[in-house]
Design a protein around this ligand. Sequence first.
Ligand SMILES: Cc1cc2nc3c(=O)[nH]c(=O)nc-3n(C[C@H](O)[C@H](O)[C@H](O)COP(=O)(O)OP(=O)(O)OC[C@H]3O[C@@H](n4cnc5c(N)ncnc54)[C@H](O)[C@@H]3O)c2cc1C
Length: 479
Amino acid sequence: MYDCLIIGAGVVGAATARELSKYNLKIAVLEKGTEVCQGTSKSNSAIVHGGYDASYGTLKGKLNVRGTRLFEDLSKELNIPFDKCGSLVLAFNDEDEKKLEELYENGQKNGVKGLKIIEKDEILMMEPNVSREVTKALYCSEAGIICPFNATFAFIENAMDNGVELFLDEKVIGIDKGDDAIIVRTEKGIEFQTKILINSAGLYSDEIANLAGDYEFSVNPRRGEYRILDKKVSDIVKHVIFTTPTKAGKGVLVSPTVHGNIIVGPTSDPIEDKEDTRTTDLGINKVDEVALRLVPNLALNETIRVFAGVRASISQGDFLIYESKNIKGILHLGGIDSPGLASSPAIAEEVRDFVAKYINLVKKTDFVKERRAIPHFYDLSDAEKEEILKTNPNYKKIICRCEMITEGEIVEAIHRNAGARTVDGIKRRVRPGSGRCQGGFCGPRVLEILSRELGIPVEEILKESQGSNIVVGRTKGVL
Ligand SMILES: Cc1cc2nc3c(=O)[nH]c(=O)nc-3n(C[C@H](O)[C@H](O)[C@H](O)COP(=O)(O)OP(=O)(O)OC[C@H]3O[C@@H](n4cnc5c(N)ncnc54)[C@H](O)[C@@H]3O)c2cc1C
């Protein structure tokens, strides 16, 4: 019998697990993926938004501002790559300027700090590469960029350090009301019993709600397509550069990433299939057109990858966090589209307050609040490098030449709590395959290391999800 079960190990489920792990509770996270962070949390703009965009009075407005503030301390405690680089929404005409005024007013009401409307000269001083056609901009010093993968991994690792259990490849297929507990059934035929159930299933949160007999919302997936540019053009902008937002979303942005690339996108197009993460000519062309209006000499030919993510949008337009009408003790987190990443620590607090209505929350005296990041060997000082090499020669071997990643980092990523099981899991934790060659050189080596460390044949190593095996057989018996 658990006190609390969480369905879904995206950034929201992981942040929730970490928040609840501060208390004397028996908690487990059930995740259908082979790894943590395989849903929307892996493909987004990675912005910790200031909070001026979501309308005053909405949950999005409130939780975005709170979440962004919480990330300042959390990023230090949990060693999450986070850079409060600030954002600029650019205006090019009277209509855009009117929109900036509205955003400014809305931001003030939401309690966003560090907002101001700035003139052309100042904009061009801050960002010499944005279009000379710019007339004004809304500057927000509170906005920043984050690594969404490592945010999720850090939350779940720290939650597990504090006693949370994680079940992977554990798809929830049934929810029933028992006599004294909520019964959660999984595809593997396991029955979990819990006092409280948190539905943090992202794109599938509506289907999980339906399993509990709740039908208040349905997810209307919206796809966002992106380009990632090579590090060699990283100097082009220093802030997150936005167009003025539209009804469809915050619009296209050009932004640095915490890893030194430039991200350009996204689109916002309704799609039928929640798993449809295709990129399209039409989508990428749309991105290019707007991005070049913002930053005319953006070197789009330096693209190293295109990708798409899918938003769990709902018709209500706001986050919909509510208790099941049917089974007491179930909390649905519906419509957690953007700014769900920025809001995740604040959503976790909402969940904590819900749990407190049912269970007397007693703080742990031995809660471990800090989490150490996997060191990027290449960035360490000579003294630090020598120290590591005394005990671990694996840090001597470079596996990824683009990102300068050593075998030591990869091995550590595998053996951590909620450690990597797949090639993409390694990539998201320590970045081999994220550079210019996109894994062309290091991919086979990563495969071998995973196989060796996990003790499973190379044919069984997955790229990401079930069925994505990379090696399908041996040629003449040789790998
Ligand atoms: C294009 C795009 C751009 C965005 N940009 C930003 C941004 O810049 N800033 C920002 O704040 N937000 C942004 N967002 C939103 C943000 O990415 C999401 O709000 C956030 O990642 C949602 O996290 P989650 O944990 O709710 O969902 P997910 O990450 O999707 O996690 C849900 C998990 O539930 C699991 N699951 C589903 N069904 C089951 C089941 N039956 N049993 C067990 N497990 C199950 C899934 O496998 C998944 O791992 C963006 C989103 C998109 C798509």
